[in-house]
Design a protein around this ligand. Structure first.
Ligand code: SF4
Ligand code: SF4
Length: 95
């Protein structure tokens, strides 16, 4: 089990409320909002951290993915084998 899988396992053990709070903290590191693929609909829907949350309901066109530059991705070794999480599904879904 790698570090990201451990994080997901930990999140899954939390109550809904605590899980939401922890994900909110992690969202601070997500660079999706400054990615060219991110759009107004996703902003209005406060979507991000797609590597955990899975596909966007807003984003339909891929215009580049900056996940490999994200501090969260660097810490959890994401964004290299898989990316475009907003379109292709979360990290675990893509594995
Ligand atoms: S890896 Fe991508 S989706 Fe995940 S937090 Fe970073 S920028 Fe957001
Ligand atoms: S998952 Fe990748 S492509 Fe999608 S918004 Fe985030 S950085 Fe951009």
């Amino acid at each position: 089990m790698d570090k990201f899988e451990e994080l997901i396992e930990h999140l899954n053990k939390l109550s809904d409320e605590n899980r939401e709070l922890r994900i909110k903290e992690l969202e601070d590191e997500c660079v999706c909002p400054i990615c060219p693929t991110f759009n107004q609909c996703a902003k209005d829907a406060t979507e991000n951290i797609f590597c955990i949350n899975g596909k966007s309901i807003c984003i339909e066109t891929e215009k580049g993915c900056i996940c490999p530059t994200c501090p969260f991705a660097l810490e959890y070794r994401l964004g290299v084998l898989h990316n475009f999480y907003c379109r292709q599904g979360g990290e675990l879904e893509q594995r």
